[in-house]
Design a protein around this ligand. Sequence first.
Ligand code: ADP
Ligand code: MG
Length: 342
Amino acid sequence: MAGRQPVLLRLVACALAIAATDSAAAASAPPDAAAPAGAWHQREAAIMGTRIAVELWSRTPAEGEAAIDAVMEEMHRVDALMSHYKPESQLSRINAHAAAGPVRVDRELFDLIARSLDFSRLTGGAFDITYASVGYLYDYRHHVKPDEAQIEAHLPSVDWRSLELDPKSSTVRFMKPGMRIDLGGFAKGYAVDRSIELLKARGIEHASVSAGGDTRILGDRFGRPWIVGIRHPDDPKRVILRIPLENIALSTSGDYERYFDENGVRYHHIIDPRTGHSASKVRSATIIGPTATQTDGLSKTAFVVGPEKALEILARIPDIDAVFVGPDGKVYYSPGLAPPTR
Ligand code: ADP
Ligand code: MG
């Protein structure tokens, strides 16, 4: 909103100035002269099938380590609630029983499922947690994909409008047989947001929390922004853009995260709910916005509807910016991030 936009514009000028450089370490080195007594603390862990990275400033090491412990615990908690790999998770119970009748779930999970429907509405169905009705037939690690007959048989069950939610009883019901849901499209963003809330409650004012491609940033680095790089889709070491950020979230989705190539086709983990095939209208999409739940949920849109239509959709949502890399390497920016034309 009004408070954020000037910051973003200022940051963008800076992003463009340094986009071509490759000195990540130098760019993100903390100018601690302006900092009060205390120190940066950081840790990485493998949770939710991804790399979790936390960096924060605290007055004492004990306070910093305890805050990082709390974040890691929260990541495990969200994972246990939503994982479809764990048969005992509430999500797995929904998938096993919701076609037969309403399944009661914790309010937190209920609210998230309800929230997913908001993203479905906003994106014209590009974001659809029932994509899993077909999505479960893919196994990227083992190069398994459904054939056309399987897709045709399962595609009618991909339909967010057939998810029946009853807020009074906190129940979820599938109105079509063969439906499945998967919250992987925004679970990491949600876990990152929860983590930032936990840190704030502990009095932490400067932090960055990432779960794979989903990052949220709290505060600045004492007078300087945090620098977040967007990688090239084909080369993890090449950075196409560095964006300086403060108090904001950023998610990048790419077709290079979980995939296999066969006969010149890339099969990857973002599925077009209309076709049941991998959605390939962009190679990568980065969304910048107030919360990581939002940026994560919106980062699938351009893959499904293409960059131009995605920019139209995103322009209707307050405080959202985007950078897409098209199949031919062309980079698309939302108006708030576009480089000035000469
Ligand atoms: P990550 O899982 O690393 O955060 P993304 O943010 O790109 O990666 O999200 C990809 C995940 O989104 C997939 O693994 C899957 O769980 C989920 N997903 C795939 N297609 C859709 C879709 N059309 N709508 C909602 N979620 C999707
Ligand atoms: Mg994500």
